[in-house]
Each structure stands twice: as C-alpha cells, then as structure tokens.
Design a protein around this ligand. Structure first.
Ligand SMILES: NC(=O)c1ccc[n+]([C@@H]2O[C@H](COP(=O)([O-])OP(=O)(O)OC[C@H]3O[C@@H](n4cnc5c(N)ncnc54)[C@H](OP(=O)(O)O)[C@@H]3O)[C@@H](O)[C@H]2O)c1
Length: 296
C-alpha cells in the first residue's frame, strides 16, 4: 500500500514506522518538516506542507491507498483548532475526492462526550461536547461521516482518550514536577490510552475498520484521579499531590467531564488487543524507561 500519514507526530510516527516495517510505502506529512530525519530513520518519507493551505496539498505525491489523519493543534486557541481540525480536514477531503483512498483513519477525541455524571459512554451515547474545542472535533467527525456517504471516502473514526506513553501523560508529568493537584475528593474519572496501543488500533482500523464507524479508543480501566495518584505515589515512593477545592483546580483548555469511556466496541468488533490494558502496565513501562535512562 501507498500510505500517507497526515500529522506524522507522536502518534503518527509509530504508525508509519510499523507500516514501513511491514513493507508498505509510507509518506509522513508535517507542517514544519523539522522531524524529517526522525521520520527517515523509521523508513518514512518526509513531506512538508500545511493542510490549512489548500494549494499545498496539490503538491503531494498521491494517490494513496490508505490515509491516516493524526494531525493535531496542541498550541494555539480556538481559531487555530478550527483551522487545523476543520478547515484543514475539509481541504484534505476535497483533495482526496479526485482519487479516494481505500481507507482513511482519523483520530478524534473522547472530549466529544460531555457527560459529567460518571456514567458509561459508548459510541451510541449522546456526543454533546461541553467545550468549543470539543465542538470543533465533533464537526470534523461529521465532515468525515458525510464524506463517507457522499464522496465514497471510506472513513473510520477513533475517539482517543488521553494519550500517554514515552515522554507524555499530562497528570503523570505534573506529578513528577510536583505540580499536580487533586480537585475535591479526587473522584473524577480519567480515561487513557497508551500511544503504542492507539497506534496498533489505527493499523487495525486501516485493515478492518468499517467505513462510517466510530470506535472509542480507550483502555480497559477508567480510573478515579485519586486511585491513579495513589498508585503513582506507592510505586514511586513519593508523596500524594495536595488536595484543592474543585474550583481552585487550574483552568483547562478542555472542559471538565466525568465519564467512563467504554472500549467494548474497539475490543469486540474491531478486535484490537491492548498491550497496556490499564495505566498500571503502561506507566510501569514508562517508569522503567525513565529509570533506565537515569531520568527518574
Ligand atoms: N493528546 C491527547 O491526549 C489526545 C487525546 C485525544 C485525541 N488526540 C488526537 O490524537 C492525534 C495525534 O496527536 P499527537 O499527540 O500525535 O499530535 P502531535 O505529536 O502534536 O503531532 C501533530 C502533527 O501534526 C502536524 N501538523 C500540525 N498542524 C499541521 C498542518 N496545518 N498541516 C500539516 N501538518 C500539521 C505536526 O507537524 P509539526 O510538528 O511540523 O507542527 C505534527 O507532525 C490528534 O488527532 C489529536 O487531536 C490527542
């Protein structure tokens, strides 16, 4: 297969590396091109281009059999978000119209679920995002579902939970820097997925994801914050973070939600095995990595 990874960053790079290892011809698009050597090292042909500029897509060496969209706007405000996730995606879909891929896999986010009552959310649960950012992600999903119906671009959507792995993991990094705080009694649930498991799910979705379907990509155990920090504290022999009132917690870009994300469909229908079924396995590996590197 000729594969294009749009946004070949933290998640896209291991996806591309594995596809290349399996013998596919893989191209990785980034905006800056700074990561070119890292991509080449993993067998990925680097391309630089900005999907928010429609004309730049015409220069890409298509057509492609598979397209993965893991583009992300980590910095910037709502307008950047809209430009990248929505307008950028619109451009990609327009550009693909001329020669549609056999499959397009897109990473969305579980932040499209606005539930705050700790309930279980599955793909058929209402997706009513509480944040404007979540609304942008939901609008992007709708564009893809529409394209699947009308343009025959077979898109599969993975709604990823909080991604962690080598060098990443918001709460963990805050904890290591002594900047973590536990709001209220720490009962709010956190849903996570290890980067390598998400990458494996993307590969499975390319091969066997059903077009027009949405799958939650989360691990087996939504965990209350307090349990997460207690495990870290016991594992690392380090104090628990201080408790603060709910309203004292640092303002966040994403709205505060409280839900258990079900991965049943990912597990049973898509058949994704998880190497790190809970944060315990994933963070045991990350702690080991940091200790081996002398960073912990
Ligand atoms: N972080 C989380 O916990 C989380 C949770 C749920 C879902 N997700 C989703 O997971 C996916 C993967 O995220 P990630 O952590 O791998 O992101 P990342 O490491 O920040 O990588 C994003 C990539 O997108 C590229 N990019 C950004 N703007 C672009 C543009 N306008 N045109 C072309 N390329 C552009 C970046 O290139 P440069 O490096 O050159 O800028 C980079 O290669 C994203 O869809 C994200 O929304 C993340």
């Amino acid at each position: 297969m000729r594969v294009l990874i749009i946004g070949c960053g933290y998640v896209g790079l291991p996806v591309g590396a594995e596809l290349s290892r399996l013998g596919h011809e893989v191209f990785g698009l980034t905006r800056s091109g700074h990561s070119g050597p890292a991509l080449q090292e993993r067998g990925i042909r680097p391309l630089a281009g900005d999907i928010t500029r429609r004309a730049e897509l015409d220069g890409l060496p298509g057509p492609f059999d598979w397209v993965v969209n893991t583009v992300s706007s980590n910095k910037g405000g709502l307008e950047d978000y809209r430009q990248i996730y929505l307008e950028g995606l619109r451009h990609v879909l327009q550009w693909l119209e001329a020669s549609p891929p056999k499959k397009l896999v897109h990473t969305s986010s579980t932040s499209v679920y606005g539930q705050t009552d700790g309930s279980m959310v599955k793909e058929s649960s209402p997706a009513e995002p509480r944040s404007e950012l979540g609304q942008v992600l939901l609008a992007a999903e709708r564009l893809l579902l529409e394209a699947t119906l009308t343009q025959k671009i077979p898109a599969v959507i993975l709604r990823a939970a909080g991604i962690y792995g080598p060098g990443r993991g918001h709460l963990f990094l805050q904890y290591l820097k002594d900047e973590a705080r536990i709001p209220g009694r720490g009962e709010r649930l956190v849903n996570m997925i290890h980067r390598d498991d998400l990458a494996a799910c993307i590969l499975t979705a390319l091969k066997s994801g059903r077009p027009g379907e949405i799958y939650n990509a989360s691990d087996d155990e939504p965990v209350p914050q307090i349990h997460f920090f207690r495990w870290l504290s016991e594992t690392l022999g380090k104090n628990m973070p201080p408790f603060v009132r709910e309203d004292e917690a640092a303002p966040r870009k994403r709205a505060i939600t409280n839900k258990k994300v079900s991965n049943r469909k990912l597990r049973m229908e898509l058949g994704c095995p998880l190497r790190y079924p809970t944060f315990r396995q994933g963070y045991t590996a990350e702690i080991q990595r940091l200790q081996d590197a002398g960073e912990l």
